[in-house]
Design a protein around this ligand. Structure first.
Ligand code: NIG
Ligand code: FE
Length: 385
């Protein structure tokens, strides 16, 4: 079996509790697509080939646990209007629904491939992809079939908004009936946008229950635009993660802490909708598990960049650089219930990002600078240069 030694690593973030999570002047051995060894360069074992990284930092590949990458068109004009004072509203989703229905499978796949490539170039190695811009049985199913080509972490989000021409009751019946049947074979997760203007808590409960009955694991878009019941529902149902978490009260925070449900924060949304950021500091201090994801979508957050989200989390949400990197890697893995990615402990998938920088702090310290030199997944370069 061929082994590769990466040596000369100035700072290696592993999240391995065995050595405090970070090793300086480090090395890492990859074998059969997995991490075989990490430690100080001076103790490194022999390997078939060696690559000297010249003092650069290495971190686990980013785990982007929340993205909407199957869609047609864009909403640049809506963004421009927001920047001159217009409010973000959930109903904007319907603009993208029309463009998505009008797009061919090939167009959807090409747009998805473009965004996935952007993500790889910015150090992301695991990507969750949602449907949610089709909102018919046919368009949701084909969205998920396209998504399945690029990731196993696919999420059925038929319950994004109620489309025009149908009542909420009819639509919930469709989502929990024929649409779920058509989509479940292509999906691992089911998600609901539980918010004023989208779905109420009782509807979300019905939809998540129907998904669970066919083996889909639940997630919720909750407490994004205002306080609401979505977060508490996710905690009550013992879901792995609940996403957005912008408007929380004390009981919401207690529920997250008590259940261990991961709070996935999406700072690209607050940036792009000019809204107050979630209180990451308060969540961390309360002992809540926190993830950061891009929420890449054409409406509320058209960034594919996890480094940008890390910089926002540090500058705007009170996280330290180390906490933000952890939330964007191990936190994302926790939000997807994955233990094979998001860390570089022996046995983990060799998914890693080589930075053109001596430490991971530079991700926040040098915002907007293309610091990802190489991205490796399962021990092979996905992107380099
Ligand atoms: O995560 N909140 C709901 N869905 C997306 C926004 C979708 C859109 O505006 O197109 C989100 O922010
Ligand atoms: Fe989202």
């Amino acid at each position: 079996m061929v082994s590769t030694l990466l040596t000369g690593i100035g700072e290696l973030t592993t999240h391995d509790p065995a050595h405090g999570g970070v090793v300086h002047d480090a090395a890492l051995v990859v074998e059969a697509g997995r991490v075989a060894w990490t430690g100080p360069s001076t103790d490194a074992p022999d390997a078939d080939t060696a690559i000297d990284l010249g003092g650069r930092a290495v971190i686990p590949g980013f785990v982007d646990s929340h993205a909407h990458l199957v869609f047609g068109g864009d909403r640049a004009q809506e963004f421009a209007a927001r920047m001159t004072g217009q409010r973000y509203e959930a109903g904007g989703i319907r603009t993208t629904v029309a463009a998505t229905r009008a797009a061919s499978d090939e167009q959807l796949a090409a747009n998805l491939a473009r965004l996935v490539s952007e993500m790889h170039r910015q150090g992301t190695t695991t990507i969750e992809v949602k449907s949610g811009y089709g909102l018919t049985v046919h368009d949701e199913a084909r969205s998920l079939a396209v998504a399945r080509q690029v990731t196993e972490e696919t999420t059925f989000l038929g319950a994004h908004v109620v489309p025009e021409g149908t009542t909420p009751e009819e639509y919930v019946d469709l989502v929990t009936g024929p649409m779920l049947q058509a989509c479940a074979p292509h999906a691992k997760w089911i998600d609901v946008f539980c918010e004023t203007g989208a779905f109420a808590a009782d509807q979300a409960r019905t939809i998540l229950g129907a998904g669970a009955a066919v083996g889909l694991r639940g997630r919720v878009h909750a407490n994004q635009l205002g306080p609401g019941p979505g977060l508490r529902l996710a905690c009550e149902l013992g879901l792995t993660a609940v996403d957005h978490c912008t408007y929380l009260d004390r009981e919401d925070v207690d529920a997250l802490r008590d259940t261990g449900t991961v709070a996935t924060l999406l700072p690209g949304v607050e940036f792009s909708t000019r809204s107050p950021y979630p209180d990451a500091r308060g969540l961390l201090d309360a002992g809540v598990r926190v993830a950061i994801a891009s929420d890449c979508n054409p409406g509320s957050s058209y960034t594919s960049s996890m480094p940008f989200c890390v910089a926002l989390a540090v500058r705007e949400m009170g996280m330290s650089p180390a906490e933000a990197v952890r939330a964007a890697t191990l936190g994302g893995a926790e939000a997807l219930g994955r233990d094979d990615v998001g860390h570089l402990t022996p046995g983990a998938s060799a998914d890693l990002t080589v930075l053109e920088a001596p430490s991971a702090i530079h991700l926040a310290y040098r915002p907007g600078v293309p610091l990802v030199r190489e991205t490796w997944r399962r021990g092979r370069p996905l992107h380099s240069g």
